[in-house]
Design a protein around this ligand. Structure first.
Ligand code: FEO
Length: 402
């Protein structure tokens, strides 16, 4: 990533990582990501907001050199996770006069994760500010967006909000600002699903606070700067609301096509009722477990229902479906209904196991439909009843969104 101007004397000096295919060894990042670092130059002092992932430290150091700055007074860490602090030691070696700035939690976590001594960190609290000389940086705490330590900082005179991970997206680009690209929007949604949805109530309140602040730009720690903040705020307001779409997501595995027959019947019946159906095959290619589960996580931002479709393997659900269920449980979506369908050879504990794997899900459980072996006509009729019941329940929801 080259050095890019955000506005006068505010520069993006971070790094692109277009080849990164997975984040947290969990979430597919088909468009790579960026580790944003912003240089704010005042009349007297200069601040660097965040460092970058250690794998990209040379890009950060090269960019800092290219700006021609001779000193950094403050290295502000908005969040401790290593993709934003891992190259702190390298920055400090080049600019030994720089003072690390963070909250008390960041001070504690920098010690835990990078063994940075607490006395090296200048602690700031809610509402504190740093004067750079004609430029003021004011701090706001946003714990659990998505670690206990996150904070934002507002460049008052330019009305730019540096929002840490909040409002980020995994989208590698050499353009500083967001565009109308639908892919960019989708990566923001995927990012929200994995990183922010587990804390949706807190995220809703932070979104409200940012809406009230009315920044003219939002500069997150990943992905492009939101030049029109309404674009991302509107989406966060919708994603954190209770509203769901008339949509059913069906992660499935089929070993000998019995479960596939059931998925097809279910999808057709639900479609005939006017619902949108997304079927996610978690086993069709070697990497489909990760990739399709990643899409399934994104579906859960606004799907009204999830139906796990699984054969029985050694009495339980197929392990790929168990994996998807565990992730769904961890990210705590608003999804209203949960069902299980599938086949078994001689006996099955698949439904019970999936229930045990999803204690956090508040979704109403539907009566499961399991077929012994290849589904009979009676089994398919039971699926039709399942589909009718689910469709009726969804259509009656009071808070559907389009
Ligand atoms: Fe992008 Fe939570 O680090």
């Amino acid at each position: 990533m080259p050095v890019m101007n955000i506005c006068e004397n505010v520069l993006q000096v971070g790094a692109n990582d277009p080849d990164r295919v997975l984040f947290d060894s969990l979430m597919p990042t088909p468009h790579g990501t960026t580790y944003n670092a912003y240089l704010v130059i005042g009349k007297e002092k200069t601040a660097l907001i965040d460092a970058v992932d250690p794998a990209k430290k040379s890009t950060l150091l090269r960019n800092l050199k290219e700006t021609g700055i001779k000193k950094i007074d403050y290295l502000i860490n908005l969040h401790t996770e290593q993709d934003h602090s891992g190259s702190n030691p390298d920055v400090l070696r080049r600019f030994p006069m720089a003072q690390i700035v963070g909250s008390a939690k960041i001070q504690e976590m920098l010690h835990t994760h990078l063994h940075i001594e607490p006395e090296k960190v200048k602690v700031v609290e809610e509402g504190d500010s740093l004067d750079l000389g004609g430029r003021t940086l004011k701090f706001t705490m946003i714990p659990f967006a998505h670690w206990p330590d996150n904070m934002m900082v507002h460049l008052v005179e330019e009305n730019i909000l540096f929002s840490s991970d909040l409002f980020g997206s995994h989208f590698s680009t050499d353009k500083a600002f967001s565009t109308a690209s639908s892919e960019q929007r989708y990566t923001a949604k995927t990012y929200y699903a994995e990183i922010m949805m587990p804390f949706s109530q807190k995220i809703a309140s932070y979104t409200k606070r940012v809406r009230e602040m009315g920044p003219r730009m939002i500069a997150p720690a990943h992905g492009p700067v939101w030049y029109d903040p309404d674009m991302i705020l509107r989406r966060y307001e919708r994603w954190t609301s209770k509203g769901v779409k008339k949509m059913v997501t069906i992660p499935y595995i089929s070993m000998h096509d019995s479960t596939r027959v059931m998925v097809e019947r279910l999808a057709i019946k639900l479609s005939q009722k006017g619902l949108s159906i997304i079927c996610r095959d978690l086993g069709h290619e070697l990497d489909s477990l990760t990739v399709e589960t990643g899409h399934f996580i994104t579906d859960l931002v606004d799907a009204a229902a999830m139906v796990f479709a699984t054969p029985t393997v050694l009495t339980g659900p197929h392990p790929n479906i168990a994996y998807a269920a565990m992730i769904a449980n961890a990210i705590r979506p608003q999804t209203r209904f949960m069902g299980v369908v599938g086949s078994y050879g001689w006996s099955s504990q698949a439904v019970k196991t999936l229930d045990l794997l999803t204690p956090n899900l508040k979704a109403q459980r539907l009566e499961p439909v399991q077929a012994k072996g290849l589904p009979t006509e009676d089994d398919l009729k039971r699926l039709d009843v399942f589909a009718d019941d689910l469709a009726d329940k969804i259509i009656r929801l009071p808070d559907l969104i389009s």
